[in-house]
Design a protein around this ligand. Structure first.
Ligand code: ATP
Ligand code: MG
Length: 340
């Protein structure tokens, strides 16, 4: 059984023009002890999907339909009080913006201690020791100094580490990390991901790693969910997806990885023929094309793509939303509403 199972999730946001559907029928699961990447360009709905799982959607956004199975329960139906008990203890999240996720008026230490004591009955001395232990573990050069620091006294990278310590201190079953490394340089990024993956090994923790950078996540995850304009367009085991991406969008993502030989060579192997780098931008959510959402940018577009919405087709023990894979096979029954 999967640790987390998201089915046909629909998230809407309220705007001046009325309600718009952003996350549109997203399904994916995180098998026990595995790491899954959620990848896609800015605005594709990765964070809204992640926030849905932890029950912290921003004001104006709400889950319209779908289910999120975790611990034999549907998180979508839980009351705030029940969700608060799960959040932090069973599911923890590291946010994209460390500055907004940390409270500026409390020291790092007191925020971690609070996170610990919310879920575990420890004395303040024990909680402090545990907090410093975790600050050290995430690579803070001086854990006791960091403990007494305020967020503004730390660099972006240090804040990100503090947040990670706060997330891991409760030993969650599932960690959601939303672009935990986007503000960091490559070395720090690798260190942070190392800590996450060590924890995953040591405690069999499940991980959802959100990123716009396929190269980064390819090295550490088991499966990849590629999102485009609010939908899943490809979902497969990382290695085969990276070796032979099926969706033209995934192909473009891989082709646009700068200098694959340097960074991602271990997973990517020899760089294949390079596709032209993807031009244009994703469609607006209130003005989606009538056919495939990717059609206006797709180098392999044909007639059907501009008039019909592609469902998810089964492909290589995963799925791909593209008519190029419409064989004799029926569309996957994982598919939602014909990509409405
Ligand atoms: N609170 C909100 N109110 C209105 N619209 C929102 C809100 N949050 C997100 N959106 C809309 O949903 C889209 C997807 O947002 P989301 O933050 O999930 O994207 P993302 O894939 O995480 O992007 P990024 O890589 O930039 O973090 C945004 O482009 C925006 O149009
Ligand atoms: Mg985001």
């Amino acid at each position: 059984m999967a640790l987390l199972d998201v089915r046909k999730l629909v998230v809407c946001v309220r705007g001046p023009q009325g309600t718009t559907t952003i996350v549109d029928g997203v399904s994916f699961s995180v098998p026990e002890e595995s790491a899954v990447a959620l990848v896609g360009e800015s605005g594709s709905g990765k964070s809204l999907t992640a926030f849905s799982v932890i029950g912290l959607l921003p004001p104006g956004a709400r889950i319209d339909r779908g289910s999120i199975q975790f611990d034999n329960r549907d998180l979508v139906t839980l009351r705030d009080r029940e969700m608060r008990r799960i959040r932090g203890a069973r599911i923890a999240m590291v946010f994209q913006e460390p500055s907004t996720a940390l409270n500026p008026v409390y020291t790092i230490g007191s925020q971690i201690v609070e996170a610990v004591r919310l879920h575990r009955d420890l004395s303040s001395k024990e909680a402090r020791a545990l907090a410093e232990h975790w600050l050290g573990k995430v690579g803070m050069p001086s854990p006791s100094r960091a403990f007494g620091s305020y967020p503004h006294e730390l660099s972006g990278g240090m804040k990100q580490r503090a947040l990670l310590a706060m997330a891991l201190v409760a030993q969650p079953a599932l960690l959601i990390a939303d672009e935990p490394t986007s503000s960091l340089d490559r070395t720090l990024e690798a260190q942070i991901l190392d800590v996450v993956m060590q924890e995953r090994e040591a405690r069999k923790m499940g991980v959802v790693l959100v990123s716009h950078d396929l190269a980064t996540v390819a090295e550490v995850t088991d499966r990849v969910v590629v999102m485009y304009a609010g939908q899943v367009v490809e979902e497969r085991a990382t290695e085969s997806l990276v070796r032979a991406p099926a969706h033209p969008y995934t192909q473009a993502l891989i082709a646009s990885i700068p200098n694959p030989s340097a960074h991602a060579a271990r997973k990517l192997g020899a760089p294949g023929p390079r596709l032209p780098v993807l031009g244009g931008a994703p469609p607006r959510f209130d003005d989606l094309p009538p056919g495939c959402r990717f059609a206006p940018r797709c180098p392999r577009v044909f007639d059907r793509c501009t008039t019909e919405r592609p469902p998810l087709y089964p492909h290589d023990e995963g799925t791909v939303r593209c008519f190029l894979y419409a064989g004799a096979d029926e569309a996957s029954d994982e598919d939602e509403r014909g990509a409405a």
